[in-house]
Structure formats: structure tokens, C-alpha cells
Design a binder for this molecule. Structure first.
Ligand code: F6P
Length: 545
């Protein structure tokens, strides 16, 4: 499969020329003034998601060049290789096949590797969902505790919170991830041994945080007189042998071709399946599958993950924006930013390409955010008036699932107003905001001059505007729409990673800290500071005092 790194394509130089000619000085207000159809041109529907990209610093000729970049880089071939189960995670020699986890079963098995793996997927899914239903029906279990970290925590935790309106099991679901014992201790305080089910979630079943918490949970269980481990512990892992050795006999497996941060569609999704039931979980998978099909088949011009991934590259490598903020205007999506941090930054936080060569351009942006309207009262000041431009991604949900009067219109008014304010800005002397009236022209200076700086910058009450945002709109937050939204995010990360020529599916960068923590753990016990740098040695001594 031929891939060409973005900067080695013929169109790369044209993109640089386009940036110099129109991109650098691009002003959204001028763009809307000059094109009455801009909203239609830069918005589109995808499964469960309507996306308005029109408030981004991009014009049609630039998007055409970016689409050409996708073609010349071989994004489509790379995507097809992923769907076909080629070992595109070449540094670990693995397929990248999370899309198979949400592929409907096939009525025929042609004996191919894909058919065999798909059959295994559905066999495990059926067993896992039957188990979820049995837990839901088991009145003796009131609390389910998921012990896992990273991909074995963030996805299910985010989704259980997001789909709280669909949770009908009557079980409390807890998540313990941190090796900091405060977290497990605080959770154990709320539990009774006879009514608790522990799910030990770990792809490898070796992760130190998870194993430490699992051992402590097991010790607590025994100390409280618990004995029926089969009823109170289950493991979600690719390493069933290690789970058995730990003493867990109820296990649900998955495969090494499921990356940790792409694993909530597998047995790792069990907490969600317990919360919303088998039918809800299947709807979640179906929503993701619909987005997979969109990504796989839609023409690039109308392919939402492709358009978002291209925009990510445009902002990172041409405008030089180093971060992206996510603002979900739905309180149930309050862990979305944490989830997306792992997805984007563990996938694309790489400084070398697939061949190990140093990249001459930036890759993963810093991903961060908070749900609206909370963020407005914390860091939106910086987004409106700070020195850095941060592209914002709003996620709004039309339908509310509560009946409190007045809240939803206020929430939706706020999300629209923020996107509007970021773009239109306001001159300090323009008087009180006039709603639809746009008080700023596009050519105002951005820099504060040496003399007369106050005049040039417009002063404290000046909003420069022209701050870009994307607006993702769901009709309703359901298992299906959440599945589609998350699959959309997975695929946009795939697209930018593919353009950058990196392997988005390994995570070697987490290894060094793990090795050093083992060494320092021993030194904390024996006080040996030999060979340590001065700072580490000094802190070690203070911690041992
Ligand atoms: O942080 C590194 C990592 O390997 C993640 O990729 C993964 O999601 C997490 O640790 C947990 O791994 P495991 O599921 O094997 O315990």
C-alpha cells in the first residue's frame, strides 16, 4: 500500500502558496460577506451528525487542494487497508481492526481471515451481552466497579456518563483507574462485598495501576468475607491466561488488533452494556458502523472525517495552531475531552514518521476542553481575547431529555452565541452588541503597535473575532448518535495521522516512564540515589524523610 507523507506530495507546495496568498490573512467575516452560500458550501450531514464547517478559515480552492493532498498521500488506500485488515500498525505487526467490532454479522463464512475474526467478534459480543443482561437481572448486585486505565477506562466511563438517560439497570457503575489508593479506597467505602461486581479491564492484564487496584480489590473482597469470586469478578482482556492465573474464571476476550484507545466497542464496553442493556449497546455499535460506512464510501468532498482531518492538518501545519478545544454543550458529555485527549494525543503525538525519520512539521495538537456553559466562565476569556488562536469544536444536542423549562433554549442560545462571538468579534467603540449586526470588518490589525498600541489593539473591550470553530450538531444524544460521534473522531484522527505519515496505532512514548517508575519504586524503599540526576535524588530524599 503506497503512502506518501504530506510534505512529499506535489500539492504540498501549492498549499504553501495558497496559505501565503489567501490563507494567512483569511477573514471569516469577509468570506461570509462575499459568499451568501458559504454555510451550504461548508456544512454537511453524516450519520447522526450535522456539521457546520463554515466558520473555519478555509475557502473552496484551499479545500480542493487539501482534498488533492488526501488523494496524493494515499489516504483512501490507507483507509481501505485498515478496513481490509492489513497490518497497518507495522511497528507492532498488527491489524487495526476496531471497525470489525461494529460490523454486523455475516450470514456466510468464506473461510477468510476476516470472516473468521468477524465470527469470533460476534461470538464474544453475544456472550458478553448475555452476561450483561444476567448482571442487570441479578438483584443481588447493586454496584459494578470497573478497574482499568487509559483505553480500559476513558471510553466506557465517558459513554456510561453520556448515556445516563438510557441507563435502566438500577446498578451504580463506578470507575477506578488511578494507582493513587485514595480513589479505590473512596470507592470501596461505598460498597458491600455481597452486592459488588468487579470488572478488571485490561487489554494486557499487566498494567501496573490496574493490577495494583485489582489485587487490592481482591484483598478487600477476601477480608470482608467474600468467597464467590466467579460471581463477583470478571475480566475483560486479551490475556485470558493471566486473568485465570489471577483467579478470575469469568472472562471476555478481545484481540491484539484492537488498540486500547479503540477498545470500548469490544468486551471493554461491558460497563456500558450493563448500564444501557444489550439492545442499547447494539445501537451504539450500529451508530459507529454507519459512520464507518460513511468514511469508507462517501466521496472525499462529502466525507466528514476526511474534511475534519484535513482541517486539522491545515490548522496545525499552515496556521501553526498548536491546540484544539472541544466544547460539548451537554453536561453528559463532560468526559468527552478526556476521552478525546487519549484518542488524539496517544495516536498522533509522534515525532517520527512510519520509517522512523524525524518529521519536519508538527503533529498532534493539544486537545482539551470542558462542557459548556462551564468553560465560558473559566477559559473562554482566552479564546476570545487571548494572544493565541485556538480552533474550537462545539458539540450541541438539539433535544433535551429533561423537562425543566427554559434550560435548553438558554443552553442552545449560548452555544450559538459563543460560535458567533468568536467569529464576528466586536470593536470597543461599537456600542452594545446588536445581535445579528456584525460590527467588525476583516482588515483590522492583529498586533499591538509600539506606539499607539491601545488604539491598534482596540483596548480591553475589543474582541478581534475571526476565531475559527466547527459546530457538530446531534438531534439527540442516543447510543447510536454517540457511537457515530466517536467513530467520527476516530476516523478524523486516522486521516491526519495518515497525512502526516505516522503510525497512529502504537504508543511507545508511554514506555520510558513505566520503566523508570519501577526503578524509582525500588529506590524509594532502599534510598539508593546512585546515578540519579540531582533533582530526582533531592526529591527522593525528601520523600523518604
Ligand atoms: O497508556 C498506555 C496504554 O497502553 C494505553 O494505550 C492503554 O489504553 C492503557 O495503557 C491501558 O492498557 P491495558 O488495557 O493493557 O491495561
Amino acid at each position: 500500500m503506497a503512502r506518501t507523507r504530506c510534505d512529499r506530495t506535489p500539492v504540498w507546495a501549492q498549499l504553501h502558496a495558497a496559505y501565503a496568498a489567501t490563507g494567512r490573512a483569511f477573514d471569516l467575516r469577509d468570506a461570509f460577506a462575499q459568499d451568501s452560500k458559504r454555510f451550504e458550501r461548508f456544512s454537511q450531514s453524516a450519520p447522526c451528525v450535522f456539521a457546520d464547517l463554515s466558520k473555519n478559515r478555509i475557502d473552496a480552492p484551499t479545500e480542493a487542494l487539501l482534498l488533492e493532498l488526501a488523494r496524493q498521500s494515499g489516504v483512501e488506500e490507507h483507509r481501505d487497508a485498515m478496513f481490509a485488515g492489513e497490518k497497518i500498525n507495522h511497528t507492532e505487526g498488527r491489524e487495526v481492526w476496531h471497525v470489525l467490532l461494529r460490523t454486523p454479522p455475516s450470514s456466510s463464512n468464506d473461510g477468510s481471515h476476516r470472516a473468521t475474526e468477524l465470527a469470533k467478534v460476534h461470538e464474544t459480543l453475544n456472550a458478553m451481552l448475555a452476561y450483561a443482561e444476567s448482571v442487570r437481572a441479578d438483584a443481588t448486585i447493586t454496584d459494578v466497579v470497573n478497574i482499568g486505565i487509559g483505553g480500559s477506562d476513558l471510553g466506557p466511563q465517558m459513554a456510561v456518563l453520556a448515556l445516563d438517560a438510557f441507563a435502566n439497570s438500577g446498578k451504580r457503575v463506578h470507575f477506578v483507574s488511578n494507582v493513587d489508593g485514595h480513589e479505590l479506597a473512596a470507592t470501596l467505602k461505598k460498597l458491600k462485598v455481597e452486592s459488588t461486581l468487579f470488572l478488571i479491564a485490561s487489554k494486557t492484564f499487566t498494567t501496573i495501576e490496574t493490577m495494583t487496584n485489582a489485587h487490592s480489590a481482591k484483598a478487600w473482597f477476601a477480608a470482608q468475607g467474600g468467597s464467590d469470586t466467579a460471581h463477583h469478578f470478571a475480566a475483560l482482556t486479551t490475556n485470558v491466561a493471566a486473568a485465570n492465573a489471577f483467579g478470575i474464571t469469568t472472562t471476555f476476550g478481545f484481540w491484539d488488533w484492537v488498540g486500547g484507545r479503540y477498545s470500548m466497542w469490544s468486551a471493554i464496553g461491558l460497563p456500558l452494556a450493563i448500564a444501557i442493556g444489550a439492545t442499547g449497546f447494539r445501537e451504539f455499535l450500529a451508530g459507529a458502523h454507519a459512520m464507518d460506512e460513511h468514511f469508507r464510501t462517501a466521496p472525499l468532498e462529502q466525507n466528514l472525517p476526511v474534511r475534519l482531518g484535513l482541517l486539522d492538518l491545515w490548522y496545525r501545519n499552515f496556521h501553526g495552531f498548536t491546540s484544539r478545544s472541544i466544547a460539548p454543550y451537554h453536561s453528559a458529555l463532560r468526559r468527552l475531552a478526556a476521552y478525546l485527549q487519549q484518542l488524539e494525543m496517544e495516536s498522533n503525538g509522534k515525532r517520527v514518521d512510519g520509517e522512523g525519520a524525524t518529521l519536519p512539521f508538527g503533529t498532534s495538537p493539544v486537545l482539551w476542553g470542558e462542557s459548556g456553559t462551564n468553560g465560558q466562565h473559566a477559559y473562554f476569556q482566552m479564546l476570545h481575547q487571548g494572544t493565541d488562536v485556538v480552533p474550537l469544536e462545539f458539540v450541541a444536542v438539539k433535544k433535551a431529555r429533561h423537562d425543566l423549562a427554559g434550560h435548553q433554549p438558554l443552553l442552545l442560545a449560548n452555544v450559538l452565541a459563543q460560535a458567533q462571538a468568536l467569529m464576528v468579534g466586536k470593536r470597543a467603540d461599537a456600542g452594545p452588541p446588536q445581535g445579528g449586526a456584525v460590527p467588525l470588518g476583516g482588515s483590522e490589525p492583529h498586533a499591538v503597535g509600539e506606539r499607539g498600541g491601545i488604539e491598534l489593539s482596540g483596548g480591553h473591550k475589543h474582541f478581534p473575532g475571526n476565531r475559527p470553530s466547527t459546530f457538530l450538531l446531534l438531534d439527540d444524544l442516543t447510543p447510536a448518535s454517540l457511537g457515530a460521534l466517536i467513530a467520527l473522531q476516530e476516523h478524523r484522527v486516522f486521516v491526519s495521522g495518515s497525512l502526516w505519515g505516522i503510525n497512529s496505532f502504537d504508543q511507545w512514548g508511554v514506555e520510558l516512564g513505566k520503566v523508570l517508575a519501577k526503578d524509582i519504586e525500588a529506590r524509594l524503599a532502599n534510598g539508593d540515589a546512585t546515578g540519579l540526576d540531582g533533582s530526582t535524588a533531592g526529591l527522593l530524599a525528601r520523600l523518604r524523610d
